[in-house]
Design a protein around this ligand. Sequence first.
Ligand code: FAD
Length: 225
Amino acid sequence: MSLLDMFLVRATVAAIEPLTPRMRRIRVIGDSLRGVDWQPGQHVRVRVDDVRLRSYSIWDFSGGGQLDLCVFDHPRAGPGARWSRHVRAEQPVAFTRPTGRLVLRNHAPYHLFVGDETAAAAFGAMLRALPTDARAQAIIEIGSPADRLPLPRPRDLQWTHRAKTGGIVAALRELDLPSEPGVAYVAGEARDCQAIRRHLIVERGWAHSCVIVKPFWTSGKRGLD
Ligand SMILES: Cc1cc2nc3c(=O)[nH]c(=O)nc-3n(C[C@H](O)[C@H](O)[C@H](O)COP(=O)(O)OP(=O)(O)OC[C@H]3O[C@@H](n4cnc5c(N)ncnc54)[C@H](O)[C@@H]3O)c2cc1C
């Protein structure tokens, strides 16, 4: 047993269900999940084959030992996407404890979520955890209308279609935001994350500390985390 094995949480895949044609919800259950700490927006690193780990945000986590991940089946499927295609109910699964800084800043005057299909999983958990009177806006870039995850609606949830727009920054530039900065949660493709961050800081004058960025993947790189 490797050192890593000693730290992994062990559970069982309970069900796999498509939430969209390209996004599978993988439900994991196990007594070992009871009492595990979690904040909405955090992720686990799943052992997807003998040697590799891939990070997946927690879509939902019930205290009763059940955890849901959402895995996007992208066209250049590496070990992570392949795992989501082939994994079956009753198979064992091992992963690290929930971690990550992409979590709600509850003091924020309002919350802005910007990202792509992969980020929508983390955003879903975060949106569900917001108090009902919290102000929130979201802008999510997707490949086609079928890629919309069932997200709880903030006041303003906008889906932009990759092929039809000038990119997510162009869509964000059009977004009517309050004059004072809120807190932005930015995730998804790494170069888009940088451009979104630059837009908020340079063009909108937000402080660095108001923009929380977590790149999830980028073209040509494997397992970014
Ligand atoms: C903190 C964190 C949380 C994450 N949460 C999620 C999540 O909830 N759901 C989820 O699906 N992914 C999530 N990801 C991304 C995930 O970890 C993997 O990077 C992704 O599944 C690709 O892994 P892979 O093994 O299939 O491909 P890799 O072997 O990593 O990459 C193979 C090729 O595919 C390309 N590629 C990877 N992703 C995409 C994509 N989305 N679209 C187009 N091309 C792509 C790569 O650039 C590379 O060229 C998260 C990543 C991080 C760091």
